[in-house]
Each structure stands twice: as C-alpha cells, then as structure tokens.
Write a protein of this length. Structure first.
Length: 553
C-alpha cells in the first residue's frame, strides 16, 4: 500500500508564521544571580587592586595548601544588603587563589600569574565555613601590559591596564546594587577609599556577565513545563538554524532537568538580542527526599543571560533593565504556555511566589500556528523516511521508537534484526532531519517531543495499516538469517527484498568488503572525521597503518 507524501521544505530549514504581540500582566519573576565586571586603571598607582590582593594573600595565607584564608570579618550592620548571620556564626570574607591563563616569560622561564577570589561565608564557632543563600564573591584578575600567554602571544587588554574585578552575587534587583556590593567588599578587605575606586574605574568596562530571573512552581506542573521547553527548542531550531544547545536528563519518573541555550528567541516573538539566553528547569539535589511542604522540593524555571558569541561585547550595566525585561518575559510566557498560573507558584525564603508584584510584559501569541507548521514539516519527514524505496527498515526503526516511546540501540537491534551499524546510520540521518533525537548515555533514540511521538504513531499506522507485530518479527528474523549467511556478519546489512538491493536503495552492494587508500578517494579529511563523529561510519570501517608512526599508538 502506498501513501501520498506531503511536499514541504526540509524539516530542519523552515519559516515560522510571524507571531503577534499582546501586553499581558503576570507575577514578576524574581531576580536571582547576577554578575558584573569592571576594570580599574590603577597600574600606575603604588599598589594596584590586584597587587594589593596578591600581597594580602601572602600575608594571611602564603601557601595554597593552607587555603582558604580569612581576609576580613564583616559586621552586617555596616552593609544594608547583608542580613544578620545564622545564630552562632559571623560573616567573613575568605581568600583563595587559582592559576590564571597568562603570566610572564616563555618556555621554561614562563611564570603564571594567579587570580584571587574573595568570597562571603558564614563562620561558626569551630572555625568551619558555610555557604548561604545570600552569596557575594569577587574575582580579581591582573590586567598588566607585560603579560602574555604561555606560548608567548600577547594578552589583549580591552579596557586598559590595571585590575579586572568581577562580582557575582544573589538577590540583587539592579546593576547598581551589584556594583555597590563590589565596592563594599573591596573597601572592607583592602581598606581602600571608595572615591579612589570610582576615579580608577573605566566607564566602558562596566559590563554584565550574568543575569537571571526565575519562578519556583509546583512540582505537579513540571512535565508540562518541560514539554513547552521541548516545543520551544523545536521551533527555534526549525525557524532559524540557530546556534542551539539542548541538554535533557531523564529519570524513571520524568525529567530531572532540562536546559535550552539559544540565540534566536526573536523567532518566537521575544525581543531580538545580541547575546544568548539560557532557559532551564531544575530542582535541588536530592529533592525526592525533601518533603513536599518544603519549597526546595519544587522546581524552578529560570532564564539567564548566557554570554555572547565570538568577539561580541557584553551588555553594559546601563542595559540591565532591557536584559531583565527579556528574561522576565521568557519565563512568564513559558509558564503561561504550560498553564502555570499565580496559584501554582511557590514562595521560599528569598522570593514571595504567588505574592510577587504584577508587571506588564509583551507576550508572543500565535504559538499554536507555529507548532502546527513545525509538526506538519516533521510529519512530512516521517512519511518520507518510513516509505524509503525497496525497504521497510526505516519504518521498522520508527515503529520501535514509537512503540517504546524511545528505544536504545540494543532494543532497536533486537526488534528490527538490523545490524548495529545500519541502525546507527539511519538514526543519525533521522536526527539530522529533525525526526529523532539521541539523548543520554547510553544512547536513547526518541522523538523530539510528545506531540511528534503522537504524530508519528498516527502516520505509521496509516502507512501500513495491515502490518502486524508478527510481520515485523518475521522481517527481523529474515534479516538476521541473511546476515549469518554472509562472509562478514558485522557489515552494514541493508539487504531487504533481495541480496541485490539494500535498505538505502543502492541495489548495488557487493558481498565482499572493498577497501581503498584514503588518497585514492574523493574525500576530504574533515568529511571522514565528520562521518565518524556522526556515526555514518563505524570504527571497524576505517583502517590506520600504525607500524610507521609511533605516535599513532
């Protein structure tokens, strides 16, 4: 039986319908972590900030085996942004060091410089140090004009010479707050005048290196939120061929975490940016052992500034409001798409959850139409792949993935009777056109989302309506029997209807393996490497002579 295949462009390159924007009111996501940096052009002073911290380390630590040292004790009454410490503890600033990427000299005479971290901690009566939800840490890095990398190449000083300071902190509502905390810690630890710091600070060097916004929501909505994130990943990749990175970790009871990092959010209707934005859903380690009444049992949805590509400039601190506006809107839109309302938000010690203030944001509409366009394109690819000429191999692979809601290579090999190399080849092709994904380790082959899974099940039923489980079992047994009859049972075994036709429709594969020298092939080195990496070729299909080159061993 044949089925007409719809005709649309390649599923991995498409155009999404333009969304329209509506103003919506939602609970404002809480600002979580944030970080800024600044260069202090103080190399001409008697003691630059970096040199002062370097000397302080020698005075109070002196040996890396003795780290951390305590650079200062802190009275929370002197800092309006710092809460009282836990009973029986006090606030201190610890000092640690680590090797940096630049130094002086070359070869055997190379000497690396170190970067220093000043980190807020609580210290108990026994002297043990503790992390808290209120965090603040400064990293001090040299920016001197005589520094170079170990290979001798010069270090580029983008904002002049002196000292680079990066401040990372939590629960700050503005860039001014983060910068203020940086100056506070420097004043306390180094006893330096604030006026001098402001005089030395290079205005253009004041840049955002991190910004985050999130809501904590009831765990009962986690699957819906993850599904919406999967859909967003599909739409961004389909609509722009963007730089996109997605990591998904599955547990038996669902997702533990999902993370999406992309640079084309404007395709969905969000404001266009010059930087990447990361969206992730995550929970505290060991959350299953935490009672449901504890906020830490419930997940967070967090959007964060994820850096810039290439030589692009980090956002200036003056752009804080614009950056946070985009992050807020991405969190709020995804929660709305997942059906998470104010009543499903969860408060904790640092943010009020359902009591968060209202704010107005630009909400992208038209997601249903965008998803329909994407899934119709995926459906077209499923049709094409399942109806490969002269074979039902790809159909059988898709059917197993659909039946099992995701299948390992072992399961695919057992259920289809195909060789592992053949399965890897077809799975890699399916992943390239957006029909399937390879996740986790060992590899699990899945459809990109539940919507695609449902679509695939329907398409596969319609393609071969009379195909039964026994029919696929028979095909698997015949494939195994044919492979056992060959001289090389491990070879790619796409033979299907006869020994002269293969599953890729070549109709020309010989039984005996043929080998050729690499220089006789019309193949570039990077193409070979790409084929191995994408599993178009297995390791046992490429030979390398080792007796002439010791380094090959």
């Amino acid at each position: 039986m044949s089925v007409e295949t719809p005709s649309t462009p390649d599923a991995t390159i498409g155009t999404l319908p333009d969304p329209h924007i509506e103003d919506r009111v939602a609970s404002q996501p809480a600002a979580h972590g944030a970080a800024v940096q600044a260069v202090f052009n103080d190399a001409g002073r008697d003691l630059a900030l970096y040199s002062a911290v370097h000397q302080l380390w020698y005075d109070i630590v002196g040996d890396r085996d003795e780290e951390p040292g305590i650079a200062a004790a802190v009275d929370h009454n002197d800092l309006p942004w710092l809460d009282a410490p836990t009973s029986g503890r006090e606030w201190v600033v610890q000092l640690t060091s680590s090797r940096w990427k630049a130094g002086t000299g070359t070869g055997d005479d190379y000497s690396a410089y170190y970067k220093y971290d000043l980190t807020l901690r609580e210290r108990d009566e026994e002297g043990d140090l503790h992390k808290t939800g209120k965090a603040c840490s400064l990293r001090v890095i040299p920016q001197f004009d005589d520094l170079n990398y170990e290979d001798g190449s010069e270090l580029t000083l983008q904002y002049g010479d002196g000292s680079l300071v990066r401040c990372s902190t939590t629960w700050a509502d503005s860039a001014d707050e983060v910068e203020g905390r940086m100056l506070d810690v420097l004043e306390i630890v180094l006893d330096v005048d604030r006026g001098r710091l402001l005089e030395d600070r290079e205005p253009d060097s004041r840049r955002l290196t991190d910004a985050e916004a999130h809501h904590r929501f009831d765990i009962g909505w986690k699957r819906q939120v993850i599904e919406v994130m999967d859909q967003t990943q599909e739409l961004i990749a389909y609509g722009g061929m963007s730089e996109i990175e997605a990591h998904q970790y599955r547990q038996r009871e669902g997702y533990l975490e999902a993370l999406l990092d992309a640079d084309r959010w404007h395709l969905l209707g969000f404001e266009r940016t010059t930087y990447d934005i990361e969206l992730k859903c995550y929970q505290a380690a060991g959350w299953t052992e935490i009672p449901r009444e504890d906020p830490a049992h419930h997940p967070k949805l967090e959007a964060s500034f994820a850096g810039v590509d290439g030589d692009g400039a980090l956002p200036h601190v003056d752009d804080w409001d614009e950056v946070m506006s985009v992050l807020h809107s991405i969190v709020s839109a995804h929660l709305e798409w997942a059906g998470v309302g104010r009543d499903e938000l969860v408060a904790d010690d640092y943010q009020p959850g359902p009591a968060s203030p209202d704010y107005r944001y630009a909400h992208p509409c038209g997601r249903r139409e965008q998803l329909r366009e994407r899934y119709e394109a995926v459906g077209t690819e499923i049709h094409r792949e399942a109806l490969k000429a002269n074979t039902q191999a790809v159909y059988d692979i898709l059917r197993v993935i659909a039946t099992e809601s995701g299948a390992s290579y072992d399961t695919l090999e057992e259920r289809t009777g195909l060789a592992r190399s053949t399965i890897r080849y077809h799975v890699s092709r399916l992943a390239e056109v957006g029909v399937a994904e390879k996740v986790s380790n060992p590899v699990l082959v899945v459809f990109p989302s539940l919507a695609v899974l449902n679509e695939a099940e329907d398409i596969l039923r319609r393609i071969y309506p009379d195909d039964q489980v026994d029919d696929m079992i028979d095909r698997a047994e015949k494939r195994r029997e044919r492979r056992e009859e060959r001289d090389d049972p491990s070879s790619v075994d796409d033979l299907e209807e006869s020994d002269d036709q293969d599953d890729a429709g070549d109709g020309d594969r010989r039984r005996d393996s043929e080998w050729a020298y690499f220089h006789d092939l019309s193949l570039e080195p990077h193409q070979l490497a790409n084929a191995l990496e994408r599993e178009y070729l297995d390791g046992d299909e490429v030979r390398v002579r080792t007796d002439r080159r010791d380094w090959v061993e």
